[in-house]
Design a protein around this ligand. Structure first.
Ligand code: MG
Length: 253
């Protein structure tokens, strides 16, 4: 991919909400091209759902509803029981699918096709500013998701981010060992040939950041929640990433 200047990222500082406070205290003037030394190009790992887009748009809720539907039909339980089960599997196994595979021998592709059969384009549209932001980052960018590759491709396409990501690590590629299983972070870094100190993980769930930080990756919590001790940085939305870039990129191994 053509990158006019690998060491420069255009800072588009947030102007409202909690992001503004963080941005103004860290990044300074909006609209300036910041230059700083990047010792080694970083390896960016972006979670997908509720990280590349905010939870308020309803897409992830629609997927959760499909998961409940699947549970109800597959296990013959009512809606409330399905919802309780989904939450238990999520807490106990990382994702619902692994709970179903472990406890009921569910065939994973059937499940993935069913739960991700949602009209992604009804929830997400092209985001030119996000494309400029992510496309301008130095280093390689990949998706690291507990969902399916097909869903990741649909989200990336709907947001207009095609061609920006080197790899998509989905639950199948991860051997059905979802985040926060510590082994899966090593798997991803191994496939990228990257040392942990060069990698940056952005995720909306603090529990997914903890194992990454344990092995020396830089971690960014994305979302409106309180900062977490397992996050090196916290930003309210992905659009606030420029506000922390100078510190994030110069910190490192
Ligand atoms: Mg997420």
């Amino acid at each position: 991919m053509y990158r006019p200047d690998a060491g420069a990222v255009k800072a588009t500082v947030a102007t409202g909400g909690a992001g503004a406070a963080i941005a103004s205290s860290v990044a300074g003037t909006p609209g300036i091209w910041y230059h700083w030394p990047v010792r080694d190009d970083p390896e960016w790992l972006f979670d997908l759902d509720n990280t590349l887009y905010p939870p308020e748009n309803g897409l992830f809720g629609a997927v959760d509803a499909r998961i409940n539907e699947f549970l109800a039909a597959h296990l013959g339980v009512g809606g409330d029981a399905a919802d309780t089960l989904r939450r238990r599997y999520h807490d106990q196994y990382g994702i619902t699918l692994v709970g179903l595979m472990q406890e009921h021998g569910t065939e994973p592709q059937h499940y993935l096709d069913f739960v991700h059969h949602v009209p992604v384009g009804d929830f997400l549209g092209p985001d030119a500013a996000l494309r400029e932001l992510i496309g301008g980052l130095p280093g390689r960018r990949s998706i690291f998701t507990n969902g399916s590759r097909r869903h990741a491709l649909a989200v990336v396409a709907a947001l207009g981010l095609d061609g920006l990501f080197e790899e998509i690590f989905d639950i199948v590629a991860l051997g059905f060992r979802p985040k926060p299983d510590p082994a899966t972070y090593r798997t991803v870094l191994g496939r990228l040939g990257a040392e942990p100190g060069r990698a940056i993980l952005l995720d909306d769930l603090a529990r997914n950041l903890a194992p990454a930080r344990d092995i020396g990756m830089r971690t960014v919590l994305v979302g409106p929640m309180a900062p977490s001790p397992v996050a090196d940085f916290s930003i309210p939305t992905i659009q606030d990433l420029p506000s922390i870039l100078p510190q994030l990129l110069t910190r490192g191994s």
